[in-house]
Design a binder for this molecule. Sequence first.
Ligand SMILES: [Zn+2]
Length: 204
Amino acid sequence: MSMMLVPLELSALAARCGWLSPELAVGWRLARQAMDFFDGLDQVRIAATGYADTINALRALARYPKQGDVIIPSRPVPWDILFFHRITGTVLKVVLIRKHITLPQELLCIVDDLPHCSPESLCRYQEILDALVHGIIRDDLERFCHITEIRCRVLSPAAVQTPHSCPWCQSHNPPALFDQDGRICCPACSVLGLLWQTDQAFQR
Ligand SMILES: [Zn+2]
């Protein structure tokens, strides 16, 4: 048996999900990272796409607007996870490095047929899984993801010199304009995209 020590919270999460996968560990680790960065997740909107286990882990820690709420984008987006702190307008954009998260292909076949595996391949499977999960829990985050910090401030509609169209997509009278890291753009052109609209709809 593996002697790896897993943080209690992640271990409880794994028990609930049925198993401890690298993807689950990634979701837990990143939610913890955001929690430290924003001093809690009470005002943090989370959006995620991709691995079901990662999304499940994020749901377990999501607090805003209510417990377990994670937005799943309805169309492809160029990121894996967004953490949006509503108060400061700070966004953490996460892009996962997939080859450092998923098990090698030959091991994935083993997962599908665990009861019929030889003790040797089971042992090898366990070792590699342990090493992968262990690394995700403890290594530098940069090893398995890229995190970009973006400032996304909503400009007040009354602000002087605010253009009435988005300089990027030219859409007229967008519902709002953002100052994203010093550049003005509409919600759709911003990193938040539809996430912002969903958030507005929720507040109404
Ligand atoms: Zn635009």
